[in-house]
Design a protein. Structure first.
Length: 141
């Protein structure tokens, strides 16, 4: 029974994390269009900070804690599909870290990424979700 509760909680936090991973790059696109030092710029900095602090970081931590707990419960560390999934989740975690760093840069007035690049990287969580779902459901190896 505990396994099912862990699984449900894991999926809930995955949804929260993914929502944040989709939202933050879109925030960046709009933020970059605001004038540096403007009241609108300050609002975007605060929105990004809240999204990271209230949703993204706690959700990612819970995904990792619950996911590793689930993996331990079912002995997944020796299964190929799980190791591939773990690799993709490491990639999403790196993406998460990059976005936090870019939010910091934006808050300091640095705008090194183009709107087009930000729109393109916004696809990363969706692609990762497709791969992870296939690995978990189909277990191809």
């Amino acid at each position: 029974m505990m396994y099912l509760w862990f699984k449900a909680a894991h999926l809930i936090f995955v949804i929260f994390w993914m929502a944040g991973l989709f939202m933050l790059p879109r925030f960046f696109v709009y933020h970059q269009e605001s004038a540096p030092g403007s009241p609108e710029n300050a609002l975007w900095i605060e929105r990004e900070r809240r999204l990271i602090r209230i949703i993204l970081n706690p959700a990612m931590i819970m995904v990792w804690v619950l996911g590793l707990g689930l993996a331990g419960m079912i002995g997944a560390f020796s299964q190929g599909w799980f190791l591939a999934k773990l690799l993709v989740v490491f990639g999403l975690t790196a993406y998460h870290g990059w976005m936090i760093g870019y939010a910091r840069k934006l808050s300091q007035g640095e705008r090194s990424a183009s709107g087009k690049m930000l729109r393109l990287i916004n696809e990363i969580p969706g692609i990762a979700a497709v791969v992870i779902i296939i690995l978990v459901i189909v277990k191809p190896f």
